[in-house]
Every structure is written in structure tokens, then in C-alpha cells.
Design a protein around this ligand. Structure first.
Ligand code: GLA
Length: 396
């Protein structure tokens, strides 16, 4: 059976109760931001390409209020994060600038404060999350964007004038500078701008988004967490990014997006100028950008069969050319594809473990989960996910 995602309301209630417990008063501000699943368009965002994610019903909630203690005090109740779970630090200022350190979870939080366009006063806060940590569904972006949205309530004068894209970029910068991950724009963008019942085609060159309805009651998105996390991704992600950037330079292009209209024959011309590994990397990015743009149109027309084929082609390309999948995730994709009523399945997110995303008929969900369970050598967790809303303030 699929796991039930607790409602935002119940997560909020829980967060408020933890806050009362810890600080002996009620919080008066609250915000949340969701995790995401990417339907197609992987490792294309930092190449200025297209991505096609949707926001998940799993969210990170931040509740809190200003204090007179002269310091910021933050407690996390998120599962699977490193200790200590309670931190204290002076408000960010020129005299006491925030810097990254341990615990790691706090870097996302502090990074957002450091990049908030305004003066953040001393406050108390509690974090609660239903986004699985380290599962490739952007628990980090959910924390960043929830924190930023919370700060917008805490500092309304500065917060209300922030443009949406400025918010997305500030959260991305927090991840670059404080978590040392040179991520693209997808996760913070969708966590900020997701819309219920829609997937969002994001052009990572112009930052324009196009909402595509996902309202067919007979078709669902199944997210499957392999519950494996290979430590590789610490260095592999920046390496892939560097390979892409140096290849686009060699090709005389600003980014690989500029090469996305190359036909397979034109692309093959570059074979002699680039080593074979880099060639496979750019072949993935270029074909993935093409697939993603096509996929949005195909979904708009309700052609799930074709959409599913594009998902599988994406997975194969990530596995063989970009080499960011792993045997556990491959097993889950293969098992899903054996079931009647499954349109497509693929790895989602950065790779090296984490989740798969499967598009399938609602009536096939139980069979699909059963087959994945039977075939998978590990223990997976399953979530049937309606496309959900992006970040928002919450009423206590
Ligand atoms: C991670 C990054 C994103 C994106 C994906 C791969 O989730 O945070 O920016 O690059 O990997 O598509």
C-alpha cells in the first residue's frame, strides 16, 4: 500500500504544539513549502534547458515568532537530519555574519537568512517536515523556501516587496553558498511556484513557466523511494556540471541549451572534438531538453502513452549516458514497467539513489506497488501524489 501523507493542517498543528512545548508560548507566524517530483527534464536546469516538475503534497512547515532574547533559536523535528536538533545564533548582521557549519540541516536555514533582502530580528522557530530527507524530492529546497516564506511574515516591510524570482534565486544561492551544492534552479522554483493539479514546464534560460493541467482522475503519479543514498553524489553532481560547461565552451555555445536544436547527425560531428565520456554527457542533456519540451505538449494533449515513452527514454539516457542512476533504482523502474496500465517510469532528481516517478492508471496502482515490492531487493516506500500548491503563509 502507498503511504498516507499527513495533511498540511495536521503538520501545522503538530509544529505549533512542539513550539509551545519548547518555548512556553504560542507561535504567531507560519509558512510551508513543498518538496517536488520532476516528471522529466533531469540535469537540464543548470544547462539552461527545460524541466517539468510538480509540487508534492509533502511539505516543510516553519512556525515561530519574534523574541526578546537577542538571539535566534531554532528547533527541527524533521526526521533523518543530523544532531543537534536545536541551535541558537545571533541575528545576522555585519558584525555577526552567519556562516555554514554543523549541524548540516541548519545551513539551509541560515543560508536563507543570510540571503534574505532585509534585516531579520531575533526569533524562535520550529521546523516540521513530511518531505522525506535525502530522498531526491528536494527536502532541502522545501526547507529553504519555507524558511524564506516564514521570514517574509516575520519582516513584512521587507518581505512583501520581494519579487518571486528574487526569492527563488536567494534560496538557490543559500544552497550554493551554505550547503556547497551547485544546484540549478528547478527545486527552489517549483517549491515556490507549484500549483495544485498542474505540472510546470520551466524554461531555465528565460525563467518562464508554463502550467500544464493534471486533472485526469484516472491517471496518477506514483513516487517510489528506493531508500538508498549513495555517497557518490557529493562530488558527482559538480563534476557533471563542470563537464557540461566545458563541453559547451568547446562547442562555442553559451550553454548546452544553445545546442538543443542539433540533430543526431549534427551532434555526431562533435565526437572527434570531445572525449567519449563527455560526448555521452552532452548527448543526454541535449536529447533530454528535446524530450522535456515535447513531453509538456504531449501531456497537454492527454497522450499518456507517448509521455510514458519519453519518461523511459529519459531514464535510459540518465542510466547509460549521464550515468547517474544505480541498480536499485533501475530495478524499480523495470518492475514498474512490467505492469499493465503503467505508462512510464524513471529515476527522478539528482540520482545515485532516491526516488523513481511512475505515471500510471489509477486502477493499476496496487498491482504496480505489489510488483515493485516483489522485484525489489531493498525496502521501498510508495506515495501516490497529486500535484500540489507551492509555498504559502499559513493561518494559525
Ligand atoms: C538536483 C538539483 C536540481 C537539478 C536536479 C537534476 O535536484 O538540485 O537543480 O539539477 O538535481 O535534474
Amino acid at each position: 500500500m502507498a503511504s498516507e501523507t499527513p495533511s498540511v493542517e495536521s503538520t501545522l498543528k503538530q509544529a505549533a504544539a512542539y513550539f509551545r512545548d519548547k518555548f512556553g508560548k504560542d507561535p504567531n507566524l507560519a509558512a510551508c513549502a513543498p518538496g517536488r517530483v520532476n516528471l522529466i527534464g533531469e540535469h537540464t536546469d543548470y544547462n539552461e534547458g527545460f524541466v517539468f516538475p510538480m509540487a508534492l503534497p509533502m511539505v516543510t512547515v516553519v512556525v515561530g515568532s519574534k523574541n526578546d532574547a537577542g538571539k535566534c533559536r531554532v528547533l527541527t523535528k524533521a526526521e533523518g537530519v543530523d544532531a543537534p536538533h536545536f541551535i541558537e545564533f545571533p541575528p545576522h548582521s555585519e558584525a555577526t555574519p552567519l556562516s555554514p557549519g554543523t549541524p548540516k540541516w541548519a545551513n539551509y536555514f541560515k543560508g536563507v537568512i543570510a540571503n534574505f533582502p532585509g534585516t531579520v530580528p531575533a526569533f524562535d522557530a520550529v521546523i516540521v517536515s513530511t518531505v522525506p530527507v535525502g530522498g531526491g524530492v528536494s527536502s532541502s529546497a522545501a526547507l529553504e523556501v519555507a524558511t524564506f516564506t516564514f521570514l517574509q511574515q516575520l519582516c513584512p516591510d521587507d518581505g512583501q516587496n520581494v519579487k518571486t524570482m528574487q526569492k527563488v534565486l536567494a534560496c538557490q544561492k543559500a544552497e550554493h553558498d551554505f550547503a556547497n551544492v551547485p544546484c540549478g534552479i528547478m527545486d527552489q522554483y517549483i517549491s515556490t511556484m507549484g500549483k495544485a493539479s498542474h505540472a510546470l514546464l520551466i524554461d531555465c534560460r528565460s525563467f518562464e513557466g508554463r502550467l500544464v493541467p493534471m486533472t485526469d482522475p484516472d491517471v496518477v503519479v506514483l513516487v517510489t523511494n528506493s531508500n538508498v543514498k549513495h555517497e557518490l553524489n557529493g562530488s558527482e553532481y559538480p563534476t557533471r556540471r563542470r563537464q557540461c560547461e566545458s563541453a559547451s565552451k568547446t562547442m562555442g555555445k553559451k550553454s548546452l541549451r544553445e545546442a538543443a536544436d542539433l540533430t543526431p547527425d549534427q551532434l555526431a560531428d562533435f565526437k572527434d572534438h570531445i572525449d567519449s565520456e563527455t560526448f555521452r554527457r552532452i548527448r543526454h542533456v541535449i536529447t533530454e531538453i528535446q524530450r522535456t519540451e515535447e513531453a509538456a505538449g504531449v501531456l497537454e494533449n492527454g497522450d499518456y502513452k507517448k509521455f510514458g515513452q519519453l519518461m523511459v527514454a529519459s531514464h535510459n539516457s540518465l542510466r547509460d549516458d549521464y550515468e547517474v542512476s544505480c541498480s536499485e533504482v533501475d530495478q524499480l523502474v523495470e518492475a514498474a514497467m512490467e505492469v499493465e496500465g503503467v505508462f512510464g517510469s524513471r529515476m527522478t532528481g539528482g540520482g545515485f539513489g532516491g526516488c523513481t516517478v511512475t505515471l500510471l492508471k489509477r486502477e493499476a496502482v496496487d498491482k504496480c506497488i505489489q510488483n515493485m515490492k516483489n522485484r525489489y531487493t531493498g525496502t521501498a516506500t510508495f506515495y501516490v501524489c497529486p500535484a500540489s500548491d507551492g509555498a504559502r503563509s499559513l493561518q494559525l
